[in-house]
Design a protein around this ligand. Structure first.
Ligand SMILES: C[S@@+](CC[C@H](N)C(=O)[O-])C[C@H]1O[C@@H](n2cnc3c(N)ncnc32)[C@H](O)[C@@H]1O
Length: 204
């Protein structure tokens, strides 16, 4: 074999054997990206009495499924399961919140009813849920509309403090919290979502 042929053979061999390594590197990069994805909003817990009021307004039933989108320490899903006996799933993108949520679920002994999953809420199919709880930001609520429109009729969405521009709430409740202090608002929507009329500038 001449020099050129030997070099070609070596390069060919290297290319073949490096494919699995390239795949490993791609997998690792994908995992790192998942780890590095920053939450869209920082973690602030909903005071416990506000959680209780949100669930009361949503009229959660035992045979229903509740999703908390951005579940923080898991207090909403744990309370829903403990108080109403429903199934619930808490989703969060931050691994620290997932760890805390799992601890909350364990502490409240609701492991058989509650699941906690590390996922980006904007990738979820929400159609199985009957109740959705939110404590995000107004613009994130709006970003969720295409997913929320796929909920079954009669599903309820409750949001701590933030509205959903363009969608008319059924109720807005002002609530004074003893647990967290301060004034809070709770928004309730029932599906199908009702688009609010666009405001027209007044003439004259
Ligand atoms: C304001 S906290 C609310 C926590 C909890 N729902 C409560 O009311 O106590 C918002 C949570 O959303 C999570 N989050 C932000 N962006 C997210 C995303 N794209 N997917 C999943 N979770 C996200 C944050 O990590 C944080 O825990």
């Amino acid at each position: 074999m001449n020099h050129f042929a030997r070099l070609t053979a070596v390069l060919l061999c290297l290319a073949v054997t490096s494919v699995p390594y390239a795949q490993d590197a791609a997998d690792k990069a994908a995992q790192d990206t998942k780890k590095a994805r920053e939450p869209d909003v920082i973690y602030v817990p909903t005071p416990q009495d506000v959680v209780d009021k949100m669930l009361e307004l949503a009229k959660v039933q035992k045979d229903e499924l509740l999703y908390d989108l951005g579940c923080g320490d898991g207090r909403i899903v744990a309370t829903a399961a403990k108080k109403y006996g429903c199934h619930a799933v808490g989703y969060d993108i931050d691994p620290r919140r997932i760890k805390e949520s799992l601890e909350t679920v364990k502490k409240n002994q609701v492991e058989s009813l509650v699941k906690i999953e590390q996922k980006d809420i904007f990738t979820l199919d929400l159609s199985a849920a009957n109740v959705i709880t939110l404590y995000l930001l107004p613009r994130l609520n709006v970003r969720l509309i295409p997913q929320l429109e796929k909920l079954k009729p009669g599903s309820r969405i409750v949001s701590h403090d933030f509205r959903m521009k363009g969608i008319k709430p059924d109720t807005v409740v002002d609530f004074k919290s003893k647990d967290g202090g301060g004034d809070h608002q709770i928004y309730l929507w029932t599906t199908p979502l009702k688009k609010s009329k666009p405001t027209t500038p007044t003439s004259g």
